[in-house]
Design a protein around this ligand. Structure first.
Ligand SMILES: Cc1cc2nc3c(=O)[nH]c(=O)nc-3n(C[C@H](O)[C@H](O)[C@H](O)COP(=O)(O)OP(=O)(O)OC[C@H]3O[C@@H](n4cnc5c(N)ncnc54)[C@H](O)[C@@H]3O)c2cc1C
Length: 371
C-alpha cells in the first residue's frame, strides 16, 4: 500500500503529517514524511544566533502520531507513475504533499563562498561560531528586508553594523507603514544604512560595493530573499516568480498532488497571495495534510482559510514592531512588541511526545496571533 507521501520536514511538512494522521484516525493508511533532516528547523529563531534553540527533533513529533520518517532527499518526482525517488529508493504514493520549502537566493559574485547567512541552522551556527568571543566586530549586512533587518539589529548589540540596501528606502517590501519605527531603531542602535547600492565582491577583509567603495568587515551577511525548492519544477504545473506552485483554495496543485508552505502560491484572501512565512506555512500544512487524507478516505475537504496577515519584526535591543493588514499598520512597537515577538518565537515550537496534543493542534487552523 502506498498511502500519503509528504516531501519536507519543516513547518508545512510536519503539520501536514499531523493533520493527515488526525483525519486517518483508525483507518489503514500509511503516512510517510521524506526529509533529510533530523530536526524541524524553526527558521524564525535563527537571527538570535542560538542554533540549538532552533532545532526540534522530528522523531518526537512524528513517532507518537504513527508517521514514518524516511531520512532522505527526494531527487525525482514522477506524477504520472505516482512515485518519488530518493537517493537509492523509490516510493509510490496515492496522494503527495509537496512541502520542500525554500532556500536563500545566493549571488553569483566573486568571493560569494565567503558570505555568511542565517538561512539554515548550519548557516546560523557558522556565523555565530565566527563571532564567538569577538567583541566589537564589524559586520556588513546585505539586504534590508525582514531577515536583513532582524540580523542587523541583533548584531548591532555586539558590534558595528553597516546595512546595505539596493532600493532607495529601508525595508522596501515592508512598505511605508512600519518604516519610521524601523528607521528610529536603526538610528538608536547606531546601524549605518547605505541605500541605493549593492555588493559586487567579497574578500577576506570585507565587502566591495558597486561604486568601488571597500568596507572593512569581519563578516558579510547575505539576506537576498528566498526561492521555492527547485523540486517544484518536476511537477507539471504553473509556478509563480518565486518558483512556487499555484494551488487552488484546497491547496491542490493537480490530480493527486497538494502543496503547502514556501513552495505553494495560495490565495490568503481574494486579493492577496500568501507570503513565504511560517505564519502561512503552518496552516497551509494543516489544510494540505487534511485534504490529502480526506481525498483518499472520501471525507469532506477543507478550504484554506488563514488568519488575517500580521508581521512582527524583531529590532534587537530597540524592541520590535508589530503590524496588521497588508498595508502593515503599526499596532505595537518597542518593549510591548518585543514581548509579543518572544511569545511568537515560543508558540511556533510544536508540541512533542504527546499524540493527543499534536493531533489537537493539527485540527486548529488559527495561529492565535491576530490584530
Ligand atoms: C532567518 C529567517 C527568519 C524568518 N522569520 C520569520 C518570521 O519571523 N515569521 C514568519 O512567519 N516566517 C519567518 N521566516 C520564514 C519561515 O521560516 C519559512 O516561511 C518557513 O520555514 C517555511 O516552512 P516550510 O515548511 O514551507 O519550509 P522550510 O522551513 O524551508 O522546510 C523545508 C523542509 O523540506 C526539506 N527538503 C528540502 N528539499 C528536500 C528534498 N529534496 N527532499 C526532501 N526534503 C526536502 C528541508 O530539509 C526541510 O525539512 C523566516 C525565515 C528565515 C530564513
Amino acid at each position: 500500500m502506498s498511502g500519503i507521501v509528504i516531501i519536507g520536514g519543516g513547518f508545512a511538512g510536519a503539520w501536514s503529517a499531523a493533520a493527515a494522521a488526525r483525519v486517518r484516525g483508525g483507518a489503514d493508511l500509511n503516512i510517510t514524511l521524506v526529509a533529510p533532516n533530523e530536526d524541524i528547523v524553526l527558521r524564525p529563531r535563527l537571527h538570535r544566533l542560538l542554533p540549538d534553540w532552533s532545532r526540534v527533533p522530528l522523531k518526537r513529533f512524528l513517532e507518537p502520531i504513527g508517521v514514518s520518517h524516511l531520512r532522505a532527499a527526494v531527487t525525482e518526482i514522477d506524477t504520472d507513475a505516482h512515485r518519488v525517488v530518493t537517493d537509492g529508493r523509490e516510493l509510490g504514493y496515492d496522494r503527495l504533499v509537496m512541502a520542500a520549502g525554500s532556500r536563500l537566493n545566493r549571488p553569483a559574485i566573486p568571493g560569494s563562498e565567503l558570505l555568511f547567512d542565517i538561512d539554515t541552522v548550519e548557516g546560523a551556527a557558522r556565523l555565530s561560531g565566527r563571532l564567538d568571543g569577538m567583541e566589537g566586530f564589524r559586520a556588513v549586512v546585505v539586504g534590508s528586508g525582514f531577515t536583513g533587518l532582524e540580523i542587523a539589529t541583533e548584531l548591532a548589540e555586539r558590534g558595528t553594523v553597516v546595512l546595505i540596501e539596493r532600493a532607495d528606502v529601508v525595508g522596501p517590501d515592508l512598505g511605508p507603514g512600519p518604516r519610521s519605527v524601523i528607521e528610529a531603531a536603526l538610528t538608536a542602535l547606531g546601524v549605518e544604512v547605505r541605500l541605493g547600492t549593492t555588493l559586487t565582491e567579497v574578500d577576506e577583509k570585507g565587502a566591495r560595493l558597486v561604486d568601488g567603495t571597500h568596507l572593512m568587515a569581519d563578516v558579510v551577511v547575505w539576506t537576498g530573499g528566498m526561492r521555492a525548492s527547485l523540486l517544484t519544477a518536476q511537477i507539471p504545473a504553473e509556478r509563480d516568480h518565486l518558483g512556487r506552485l499555484r494551488v487552488d483554495g484546497r491547496l491542490r496543485v493537480q490530480g493527486d498532488v497538494f502543496a503547502a508552505g514556501d513552495v505553494a502560491a495560495a490565495h490568503a484572501d481574494p486579493w492577496h497571495q500568501v507570503v513565504q512565512s511560517c505564519q502561512f506555512a503552518t496552516p497551509m500544512g494543516k489544510a494540505a495534510g487534511h485534504n490529502a487524507a480526506a481525498d483518499l478516505l472520501g471525507v469532506p475537504l477543507v478550504d484554506f482559510t488563514p488568519d488575517p496577515y500580521v508581521t512582527c519584526l524583531d529590532l534587537g535591543s530597540a524592541g520590535a514592531v508589530f503590524t496588521t493588514g497588508w498595508d502593515r499598520q503599526v499596532q505595537l512597537d518597542g518593549v510591548e512588541a518585543k514581548k509579543l515577538k518572544d511569545t511568537i518565537l515560543d508558540v511556533i515550537h510544536p508540541p512533542l511526545d504527546d499524540a493527543e496534543e499534536i493531533l489537537r493542534q493539527a485540527g486548529q487552523q488559527s495561529n492565535g496571533v491576530s490584530g
